[in-house]
Design a protein. Structure first.
Lengths: 339, 339
DNA sequence: ACAGAAAAGGCAATCGATTGCAGTCGCTCT
DNA sequence: AGAGCGACTGCAATCGATTGCCTTTTCTGT
C-alpha cells in the first residue's frame, strides 16, 4: 500500500505537531511559512510534512478563514435542451477562463444549470462554496441574473449589456457585429438575405437587430429570420428545413455562430450550391476551426481570450471591493472565402 | 439592497434556530428533512429558511461530514505547452463528464495542471477538497498516475490500459483503432502512408503501433511518422512542413485526431491536392464536426458519451468501496468521404 | 391510574485549521 | 542585578453544521 518512504500517514495538524514536538498552532504557522516561527523550526516542520506527505485539510481552513479560493463558472442552459455545454464557443471561452482563474490562484468549480425555477443562481452564490461567480451566457435568464446581481457583487456575466443594467457584463457589441456581417453580404451584391439563429437570448437578438439596421439603407434588400438552435443535434435538420423553405430565394446568409455557418455550408455543398458564388455565408465568433474549414469562413471575430481576461479581471476587482463596470468589446470582420 | 420580501439575512443555523424557537440541532435535522423531527415543525422551519433565503454553509457541513460532494477533473498538460485545454476532444469528453457528474449529484472542480514535478497529482488528491478524481489523458505522466493510483482508490483515468497497471482506465483500444484506419487506406489501394501525431503519450503511440501492424501483411507498403502537436497553434505550420517533406511520396495519411485530419485536408486543398482521390485521409475520434466538414471525414469513432458514462460509473463504484476494473472499448471505423 | 414505550427535541462533542492573546525564555542595557 | 524588550511558542476560542445520546413529553395498554 505504501511505497516504503512514507511509513505513516498523518491526518491532521495535531498529529504532526505531536511528532514534531510542538503545538498545533506552531505547525499551522510553520506550514504557512510565517516569519513568526523560528526559521529552523519552520523548515524542520515543513520537511516533516513533506516526508509524511501531509497536506492540511482545505475544508477546515476554508471554514475558518471564511474564504474558499473557489470561483464558480456557471453555464445556464435556459432555452436549450441537451448538451449545450459542448458548444465550441462556450468551451473555448471556458478554456480561457480556466487558464485565467488558475493563474490568479483560484480553483474553478463548474455548474451546469438547467434553470427550473428562479432560484438556481441564488442557490449557487449562497452555497458558501464560492468566492465569486462567472456566468457564461445570459440565455433567457437575464432577469434572474439581474436580481441576484443586485445583492451579490462578485458576479460577472458574459453577454449583452443593456442600459441601466446592474449586472457586470463583458461581451462584444453584438449589434455592431450583426451589422458588419450583413453589410459584407450587401457589399458583395447580395439582396435577399436570411438570418439563422435563435433570438430568445439577448445576444443573438442583438445580432439580428444589427443585421436589420444594415438593411435599412439598402432599397430592395430583404431579410428573413429562421430560429436555429445553437449546438444541438437537431441543428442540421433545422437548417435543412430552412434551406428547403428558402429555395432559390436567397443569396446571403447571416449565421449567428460559426457552427451554424459550418453546418449551413456543408448542407449547401450537398445540394450543389456553390459558396460563396451562389450563396455567401458569414459566421460569428471566429473559432479556430473557421480558418481550417473548406472554404474558410468569413466571420465576425470576438476576441475570446481578451474577453476571458476582462471577466476575470472585473471579478478580481469586485472581490477586492472595487466596483468594476461592464466591458463592451468591438467586433471585427474577418474576410476569408465564404463571403 | 433587499427586494422587500427578505428583511433579514440569516447567516447560520443557530440564528435561524433562535427565530424558530428551537435548537440548532433541530434546525439541521429539519433542513435535512429527517423524519426525526415533527412534520409540522419541519415544514415551519423549512418555510422560515426559504423566506429568509437561508442556505446552510457547505464548508461547515463538509468539514463535519468528511465528504465534499466534489469530483475533481484533472487535465494534465504534460508534453504540450499552451492551451491544450481547448482541444475539442478533451472538451467534448469534459462536457459529457460534466453532465454525468452533475447528474450523480456531485459538484465538479477543474484542475488544469502543467506537471512541474512529480507531486502534482498528490497535491490534488490530498487537498481534502475532493471525494474522487477523474484524469483526462495520461499525457506522458503514466508513472506518476500509477504511483498515486496505488494509494488513492477513487481515481479513474481516460487513456490506455497496459497489462499489470494498477490504475483504473477507461478508453478505446487505440491499437485496434490505428489498425482500422490503416487497413482502410490500404484497402483503397494506398501504399505509401504517413502517420501524423505526437507519440509521446501512450494513446497516440498505440495508434501508431496498430497502423504498423496493418502494414505488416502488405508487401511494398510503407509508413513514415511525423510528430504533430495535438491542438496548438503551431500544428498548421508543422503539418505544412510534413507535406512539403513528403511531396508526391504519399497517397494515404493516418491522422491521430480529427483536428489534425481537418487541418491536413485544409492544407492539401490549398495545394490543389484532391482528397480522397490523390491522397486519402483518416481521422480519429469522430467529433461532431467531422460530419460537418467538406469533405466529410472518414474516421475512427470513440464513443465519448459512453466513455464518460463508464468513467463516472467506475468512480461511483470505487467511491462505494467496490473495485471497478478498467474498461477497454472497441473503436469503430466510420466511412465517409475522405478515405 | 400507572408502567412502559415511542416521539420529539435539546445538549454538547466533533470535524481540522487559524489566530489573538498570553506566557516563557534569553538577552541587553543601565 | 533587575528591568525591559524581543523572539518564539503554547493555549484556547472560533468558524458552522452534524449527530450520538439523553431528557422531556405524550400516548398506549391494562
Amino acid at each position: 500500500m505504501n511505497d516504503g518512504t512514507k511509513p505513516a500517514k498523518i491526518k491532521n495538524i495535531a498529529e504532526l505537531a505531536r511528532i514534531a514536538g510542538v503545538s498545533a498552532g506552531t505547525v499551522s504557522r510553520a506550514l504557512a511559512d510565517k516569519s513568526l516561527v523560528n526559521k529552523e523550526t519552520r523548515e524542520r516542520i515543513q520537511a516533516l510534512a513533506r516526508e509524511h506527505g501531509f497536506r492540511p485539510n482545505q475544508m477546515a481552513r476554508r471554514l475558518r478563514t471564511q474564504q474558499t479560493g473557489v470561483i464558480g463558472v456557471v453555464i445556464p442552459l435556459g432555452h436549450e435542451r441537451r448538451q449545450h455545454i459542448s458548444d465550441p464557443f462556450f468551451m473555448t471561452l471556458f478554456g480561457y477562463l480556466a487558464d485565467e482563474i488558475t493563474e490568479s490562484g483560484h480553483d474553478l468549480m463548474l455548474s451546469r444549470v438547467i434553470p427550473g425555477d428562479d432560484e438556481w443562481l441564488d442557490r449557487i452564490v449562497d452555497s458558501g462554496m464560492l468566492d465569486g461567480a462567472l456566468v457564461i451566457g445570459q440565455s433567457n435568464q437575464t432577469d434572474v441574473i439581474e436580481r441576484v446581481a443586485q445583492y451579490y457583487k462578485p458576479l460577472v456575466i458574459w453577454g449583452s449589456h443593456r442600459e441601466g443594467q446592474v449586472q457586470c457584463t463583458v461581451g462584444v457589441d453584438n449589434a455592431a457585429g450583426g451589422r458588419l456581417a450583413a453589410e459584407r453580404l450587401l457589399a458583395r451584391g447580395a439582396k435577399r438575405l436570411a438570418f439563422f439563429g435563435d433570438t430568445k437570448g439577448p445576444e443573438i437578438a442583438d445580432r439580428l437587430e444589427g443585421a436589420e439596421q444594415a438593411l435599412a439603407g439598402v432599397p430592395g434588400a430583404t431579410l428573413r429570420t429562421f430560429p436555429t438552435h445553437l449546438a444541438s443535434d437537431e441543428m442540421a435538420s433545422q437548417i435543412a428545413g430552412h434551406l428547403a423553405e428558402l429555395g432559390e430565394e436567397v443569396d446571403g446568409i447571416v449565421c449567428a455562430s460559426d457552427i451554424i455557418a459550418m453546418t449551413t455550408i456543408r448542407l449547401l455543398h450537398e445540394r450543389g450550391i456553390a459558396v460563396p458564388d451562389r450563396v455567401a455565408v458569414t459566421g460569428f465568433d471566429d473559432l479556430p476551426l473557421s480558418q481550417r474549414m473548406v472554404p474558410q469562413l468569413t466571420t465576425v471575430r470576438q476576441d475570446i481570450a481578451a474577453g476571458a481576461r476582462a471577466m476575470v479581471d472585473a471579478l478580481r476587482r469586485r472581490l477586492a471591493g472595487e466596483d468594476a463596470p461592464s466591458t463592451v468589446m468591438q467586433p471585427e470582420l474577418i474576410l476569408r472565402e465564404s463571403a
